[in-house]
Each structure stands twice: as structure tokens, then as C-alpha cells.
Design a protein around this ligand. Sequence first.
Ligand code: SF4
Ligand code: SF4
Length: 432
Amino acid sequence: MLHRISTETLGPRGETMAEAVTRCVHCGFCLPTCPTYDLLGDEADSPRGRIFLMKEVLEGNLDPQQVAPHIDRCLGCVSCQTACPSGVPYGDLLSSYRASYPKSSARSFFAKLRRRIASLTVPYPRRFAWALRMGQWSGPLTKLAPRGLKPLVDLLPASLPDPQTPPEVSPALGEQRAEVMLHVGCAAQVLNPDITASAIRVLTRAGVTVHVPRGQACCGALHWHMGDADRAAKFAKQNVTAFGNRSIAIISTAAGCGSGMHEYPLILKGDRQEAAGADFAHRVSDFSVFLDRLELAPLSVSRPLRIAYHDACHLAHAQKIRKPPRDLLRRIGGVTVVELIDPEFCCGSAGTYNIDQPEIASQLGMRKAQAILDSGCEVVALGNIGCQVQIEQYLRKLGSNIPVLHVAQILDRVQDGRLEAMLTPGAVAARG
Ligand code: SF4
Ligand code: SF4
């Protein structure tokens, strides 16, 4: 029974978890939208099943180790949250639960090692770049890596872009209409710093002065979703300090980071900085939401162009942001925004999911890439570095060279005339 959940013993997030499991009326409306239930067909790998399992653990009826594989297989995509008529805050429940029961002996040695490597490298751009370069330099030796490390080896990019340090201040071009602070993320800085550079160019052309505070850190989402609440809180506090208490907007170009920073009140629950975390979260806005409120100089391409928009889960489901990025693309004369089949389904990237659960991630990646090819688009637009890497990887596996770009990169390339030059005649014909 629910009253047996002791919020006292469960710590500061006990109430959040108790409320979430109480709200679930087991109606099952969320089931068809859950990618793991769709692939595995097991109630225990569905949102309703997981909520029940978490409730049983919280009530002391089940050992957390028994349910760990099902909780580990959850993408945290919160597609179920969108579908739920009862407003179950599944994301808050999952993250709080993972923070309460972070260690699972059910994980294999290599699964634990992969998680450890990811948590020690990805949030730290220098370390992450070094680790990727080490992997690349090892070249053929990576073939000798144990099978359990293959998911990491498979993610090594063929090349890394040159590092770029964005200026601390990029003044508005022309009359200043707004001022923002930019959170640059960690993975994006290493894997695709052009996203940040493009966002700064587009914002400054729109009359926005962009500040990039130097003391900023990883948003903390990676550790938070892995159950390492202490390290997530450390990053959150570092960002609260770095961005100060000014009342100007904090812009994120990554769905995962933006969503993670909106979770600071929960990450810092019970901490002295909880209120500061809430103030910080109120200031966070996705690039597309902020830009869509501004007037932009007219944009157009010289011929009809079909752009497929991929909904990153942490934009569409976690932050309910669907319209602004599409509207920005529709402002480009000549562009048709194409919708994908099963748009609510995750691409399989989901933070470190493709390292943690490579088989499911691969099936979802392949499915998303096929949906993109079936759409007949010439460009894919999105708002998250993780999705960009994952979708690009699976499109290339299917033999397609369609460009996969952040909305900021598309706008930047349209503004300076580079977009059409990127489109090769075979891009659509390569669909498989
Ligand atoms: S839709 Fe909501 S209330 Fe219904 S089973 Fe799913 S989580 Fe529970
Ligand atoms: S977060 Fe995603 S994978 Fe997890 S239960 Fe909800 S829909 Fe399924």
C-alpha cells in the first residue's frame, strides 16, 4: 500500500516519488508510446510496469536488484509522460529513484566499466577529447578491445573537429535588442563546436549580445540520470555560481542540457541552494524558443527544400517544445518541414544509453534512420547533439549522406548562403 512508502527514509525526494506512484491509475495509455515496451513486449519494460516495480521497491516489497535490469533499460525519454492523462511525473520519479538506488550488481563488469568511463570523461571536454583521440590513435588495436567495450569503440568518431573556444562576449550586430548567457554543453564542444558557433552568429545577427560565462560546467544531466545525484548537484551549484543572479536568459542548444538544467530544483532538493537552483531553472530557455520570439531578417533558399524535423525527447517530451523549432524552419522561404513516422519514439541516443544498452539503442537508431529516409527529405534538423551523433551514425550505415544539422546550423547556413552548397544531388537518392 502506498502509505507504507516512508518519505522520511527516502530522503528529500521521497515525496516526489510517493506522489508520482500515487498518481498512476494503471490505465495503460502510455504503453503504445514506450519504445522499450514496443521492442521487448514485456510489461516490466513498460512505463506502467516500471512504476509498479519502483513502487514495490519503495514499499520494501521487492529488492532493488530484482528490478534493476528493467529500470536500466528505461531510456528516460519520458514519451510516457506526454501520453499520460493523469500527469504522472515519470521523469522525476525515475531520476529520484535512480538517485536512491544507484548501484546495481545486476550489471555486467563491462557495463559498469562503460558507465564509469562515460561518467569520468564526457562531462569534461578536455578529458573527453583526449579519450576520443586516444581511441582514434589506437586505430587497429581497438579491434582487440574486449567485446564488452565494443559499444564504446563503435562510437568513436572518424575524425574530431578542431577545438573552438567561443568568445566570452559576442556583441549584437546593429542595435542590441536582447542579451543572453549561453550554456555551451560538454559533448557538443568536443563533437561539434560548430553548433555553438552557429548559435552565436544567428543570435548576434538577430541583435542579441551573447555572454559565455567562463566558469560554467556540464549541466549534470549525465550523472543525474545515472543516479549520481552528488556529482550532478556539484555541477548544478557550479553553474548557479557561474551564471550569477542576473535576470537574463540562459540559452541552451542541447535538449538534454536544457532539460537537465530545468531539473535543478529536484537535483538540489533539500540543499541550501535549492531556491537558487529554482531561480536558475526559470531562466533556462532552449535556443529555438528564445529565437522564435525575435524578428529575423527574411530568409529563403533558391529552390524547394524538404527538411525533416526530428523531435529530441528532452525537447518534445521533457520540455514540451515542438512548435518553435518547426516555426523557425518554416520562416525559411522554400522550405517544407516534413514530419517523421512515429515522431514520439526516441532515436536511441538518450544520454549514455547507446553505451549502456547498445542492442536496444541500435534497433532504435536504425528505425529512426529508416523513418528519415522514408520521409524523402534532403536535410534533417534537430536540437540535440546526442541525437545528431546517433542519427548521423545510422543514416551512414544505411548508405545515406543526408546532412544532419542543428536548427542553429541550418539558420546560420541559410543566412550566409552555405546550406544549398552542402546538398549533394545523391542525398535523397541514397535512401535505402
Ligand atoms: S498513462 Fe499514466 S496513469 Fe496510465 S498507466 Fe501510464 S503512467 Fe500510469
Ligand atoms: S521514459 Fe521512455 S523508455 Fe522509459 S518508460 Fe517512459 S516511454 Fe518507456
